[in-house]
Design a protein around this ligand. Sequence first.
Ligand SMILES: [Ca+2]
Length: 417
Amino acid sequence: MKIIYTSLLFAATLMACNSENSTSQTNTADLTSENQKIKDSIPPVETNKANADYEPAFEGQTRISGVKTTTPFQAKVITEDLDSPWGAVELPDGRLLVTEKEGVLKIVNIETGELSEEITGLPEVDDRAQGGLLGITISPDFENDRMVYWTFTEEMEEGNHTAVAKGKLADDEKTIENAQVIFRTSPTYDGKLHYGGRILFNQEGNLFVSVGERSDKETRDYAQDLGSTLGKIVHITTDGKAVEGNPFADQEGALPEIYSYGHRNPQGLAFHPVTGELWSNEFGPRGGDELNLIKPGNNYGWPVITYGIEYIGTKIGDPVIQQKEGMEQPVYYWDPVISASGMTFYAGNNIPEWENNLFLAGLSSNFITRLVIEDNKVVGEERLLTEEGERFRDIIQGENGVLYTITDGGKLYLITN
Ligand SMILES: [Ca+2]
């Protein structure tokens, strides 16, 4: 009886296989799902135990299948002489303008690896702990106006805050002329952590700036307070004014510069090359780093909902919840954290396999995370440059299709095929 049953089962399985084979040879949809299966066969890159026992809100929100780059590529060290570089932007001639945390701005010649002298004329920065000279970008019309925009920690009598400044790079490239602070986040607070600090132009010529909530328990709730710009992504003009049409412009008691809120320490900002949508990553608590798709007026939940726990091990929130109506779920989260700072989408031609993938520079994780994103969902994750042992601080794409990444240890890498 048992033998007959097994044979029947075998025959049935054989038939099922045959019918599957016959359709998959002619049906492209099946071929796509075959490719998907191959992709799925790589286990998730994260194998360490999670800090929290929380369930994701949807399948694939964390620990997605691994992917592996098949195109050969190289990571070449251009210089190792930078001093705690924090942000980088490419100039029209291919050189990089780089901030150093202690308050120094320099130009790196990619061909020779040579660093310029310090560019003077920037306001003083408070570079204690996580503060300093932070993110940088240039005017979309830089070739004509030579304008540079940056964020930094500005010291005041009662504490400090993240500020945005602008100035003109002199023709001799030795100074920033007429540097002026155009925007100050509020309130000022006497602390040394969570400044956010990335800055990015959109196509309309306005700025997005990521701002942290200053970390301490007494400042955390500002992330939910529309009367403060802490724990926010702000959207301002090149004069530091609220962009017309910002989501809270007409709401009484709300600051008009706010674009999205409920953030902890958001840093990476990048526009998707195809959809044009704004994405951000933020440092979460222990086990709660997030990737978010940023939409105007949305609440990203901190400190009400989170997938992480306190660094001392206690749970966060009263009640302890990970989902709430009216609060956005992260597209993806990491537990344990990857502590990513800068990020960029790849829209170059050098490595077609990477087209529209997201690259995040990881600090304590010591690697670059590559995410494959389809229909606003993460479908694959890879870790790159793991053997370098560096704290990766920022990653940008050059016009010529290469990636550049800078490290706390002072290195600048060029990544290409
Ligand atoms: Ca969140």
